[in-house]
Design a protein around this ligand. Structure first.
Ligand code: HEM
Length: 366
């Protein structure tokens, strides 16, 4: 919760474009760094946070499902020179690999030192994995340090860009659909009152916020084509034979359009007529997290992080269109980036605080 409150402060200070995306990425990166490595970075200008942003920018553009399918189908392409028109991505993939190494090295070495010194915070994923490695508790398998390194590094890179994309889309939707923003804030006001900030204890009493998160992920899925899978055996689906080894790309985007008026942002889709949350409408159950045994392992963590961020933002901030020199609202033409993950391209906005923002100083210990 404290990181979500810092996010609100950062947005208030500096959230107008072009800094919005950077602030959201920094928030997501620091939450995942803290979970994975126990590395508590307060400043969004920390070099590791900057590196993650750089890595994510390249990876989101180059690591697409289409390119994976191309390389899997024609593996020889990997060995062609990158100056051939259309193959520039091979060089950028190499840049990505080098950046990933830098991004993974620094926090890994930090936590290794903390574990060795016995000062690592408890419940940190890397620390747990290292202890497991030392005790060989995983079915007698030899848990190599390199495995710990890769495990935590994957979490770190997979979690940061996806979560910030969801937050970015949420803020855009709040401006384009102001009635939803007001309705969400009204529910917070009626459940929480105006003299304190929301806490996780309020979560079950705020179904509209939960529905709003589900709708954000449906309205514009953060990973529109998911991550490619491959079949391990021959299969038949609705009369189509799928041979072993076939690459399956799940079209999350098409699935998200399979409803009435899909471009309209309406959290009510995820609620019962009584206002309660529909039985299957938990965010962690969203198909945005993928399927089967490779389903996103960070989904429950994300559910908590995003809930905290959504609820504190709505409680303390108001988003609206920016205005021009004559006070007229500047219209937004929503455009989204293309890549593994997708988020809104920069747009102009105005951020103001609600009266509740004055409570921040009293709530630093949450
Ligand atoms: C809104 C936030 C997130 C979204 C939308 C998301 C989405 C996804 C998707 C679609 C996949 C591929 C699943 C598949 O292959 O079927 C995935 C995999 C993964 N995610 Fe997430 N993710 C999010 C947050 C996180 C976080 C916070 C972490 C770590 C703390 C994380 C760690 C991972 C890892 C390690 C994998 C690879 C799993 C594997 O290949 O077995 N994700 N995620």
């Amino acid at each position: 919760m404290s990181k979500a409150i810092s996010l609100v402060q950062n947005l208030l200070q500096d959230g107008a474009a072009p800094n919005l995306g950077t602030i959201l990425q920094a928030f997501a990166a620091t939450t995942v760094l803290s979970l994975t490595y126990g590395y508590n970075i307060e400043s969004q200008d920390h070099p590791v946070v900057k590196l993650v942003q750089k890595l994510n920018d390249v990876f989101a553009k180059e690591g697409t499902a289409e390119k994976a399918a191309l390389l899997e189908t024609f593996p020889f392409v990997k060995n062609l020179p990158s100056w051939i028109p259309g193959l520039g991505f091979l060089e950028r993939a190499e840049t990505c690999r080098q950046l990933a190494k830098e991004v993974w090295d620094q926090p890994f070495e930090y936590t290794k030192g903390e574990v060795a010194a016995g000062t690592a915070p408890q419940s940190v994923e890397l620390e747990t994995a290292m202890k497991a490695a030392a005790a060989s508790v995983y079915g007698g398998r030899n848990f190599m340090p390199s495995y710990c390194y890769t495990l935590t590094g994957h979490n770190y890179t997979a979690g940061a860009e996806t979560s910030s994309s969801v937050l970015h889309t949420f803020i855009l939707a709040m401006i384009l659909f102001p009635e939803v923003q007001e309705k969400a804030r009204a529910q917070i006001d009626s459940v929480v009152g105006k003299d304190r900030l929301p806490t996780f204890d309020d979560r079950d009493s705020l179904p509209y916020i939960e529905a709003l998160i589900c709708e954000t992920m449906r309205w514009h899925p953060p990973v529109p084509l998911g991550f490619p899978h491959a079949t391990t055996t021959d299969d038949v689906y609705q009369g189509f034979r799928i041979p072993k080894g076939a690459i399956i790309i799940f079209n999350e985007w098409a699935m998200s359009r399979d409803c009435v008026d899909p471009d309209h942002f309406d959290p009510g889709r995820h609620l019962l007529p009584s206002g309660e949350l529909s039985p299957n409408a938990r965010m962690s159950g969203s198909s945005s997290f993928g399927f089967g045994r490779r389903v996103c392992p960070g989904r429950f963590f994300s559910e908590g992080v995003l809930w905290a961020a959504f609820v504190q933002i709505l409680a303390m901030l108001r988003f609206s269109k920016a205005t021009d020199a004559n006070g007229r609202p500047i219209e937004i033409n929503p455009v989204f980036t293309n890549g593994v993950t997708s988020h809104p391209a920069p747009f102009q906005l105005s951020i103001t605080s609600t009266a509740r923002a004055q409570l921040i100083d009293r709530c630093q210990g949450l």
